[in-house]
Design a protein around this ligand. Sequence first.
Ligand code: FE2
Length: 428
Amino acid sequence: MKAVDCIIRNARVAGTGNVRDIEITDGIISSITESSQAGAKDIIDAEKRLVCPPFVDPHLHLDAALTVGNPDFNRSGTLQEGIRLWGEYKKNLSIEDIKSRAYRAITWMVSQGTTFVRSHVDVSEPALTGVKALTELKSELKGIVDIQLVAFPQDGIFTFPEGKALLEKSLAMGIDVVGGIPHNELTREDGIKDVELVFALAEERDLLIDIHCDETDDDQSRFLETVAALTIKKGMEGRVTASHTTAMHSYNNAYTIKLIGNLARAGMHIIVNPFDNSILQARGDSYPKRRGITRVDELLAGGVNIAVGHDSILDPWYPLGRGNMLHALNLLIHIAQLAGYDELVSAIDLITGRAALLLNIQDRYGIEEGKPADLIILDAADEFEAVRLMPECLYVMRSGKVIARTEPSYSTVELSRGREVVDLNFHS
Ligand code: FE2
């Protein structure tokens, strides 16, 4: 009998519907089998619960996390007041402050199943304190939580004299991804320059791209077409992401059909952030109010890769949140109307495999023999129940090591048929 380090018995392996035993040796998934005969030091019985790779949060602002209420709460709930409050807060940033808030947010996220994060970091601030803090935290957590950092010019690249130099300087400090914010520049022409510079810097340094793009309700904000065109012309297919793209909600259909074709041809990824954008967008509308979400169903049907981001946890833009990717996904299902059965059962891909593809980590991500034993066990019978119940994450494992555990909660009722434990799973 061969010895393995750990066996997860009775795992409902995500994406297959099959119940299998997963053997783990030296941090790697060594076998996925119907019934393991191996001996192991550790055995975890998943009891036919869903086992999937850890969640990926592809869009977060860790430097601003947990700053809500400081120096004040966002009283109007608008993007403009959020930017003003963050502008106030960041005058007094320190490395210790950012690291302790970000670390705390990460403990929340890991306990709820997320171990891969792409975080934007504001590079409009003269001392680049956020970059220093988050690159330190990234190395401290190496191998436990993978953090990709995006240089994010929150205030624009060409709106103030030092903008371009700060962005360039940050790229030499351990940044993985170049970001831009064309719709925040002073003019349309500067917005194009913003995108062109991002591509030039990414090409020079062989970095990925993730641009905050067209995060507005203005149907004339059309920088996404430039991003798609440059991706195609420069042969950067698969390496470019546009985040938010909320203006697409308001484009006319003839324009959007052409655009989605180009996005698919460019192999671009789009990130949707339902928490922030459901609250921040369409603030200039009276009634009826538009939904502040890009065209998720049409993009998916057009072959464009989509993923969901948490974006904010308790910051000046979004005052709620607990770092739970299933909550973000559940909200998107509602506002993007992804309620068809096939859409529901595949929705979890938007916070797992599709997000991993965008981070370019697909070679080492997934429940497959030979891949690192990075997985989670959810207190749900299958993918449908996971998005419906938003259940607790009972185990989080990285490289075969359990890094978070949650005891399943349960309720009892005493009605006309005596005392019983309530099972919220409809499928079981
Ligand atoms: Fe964002």
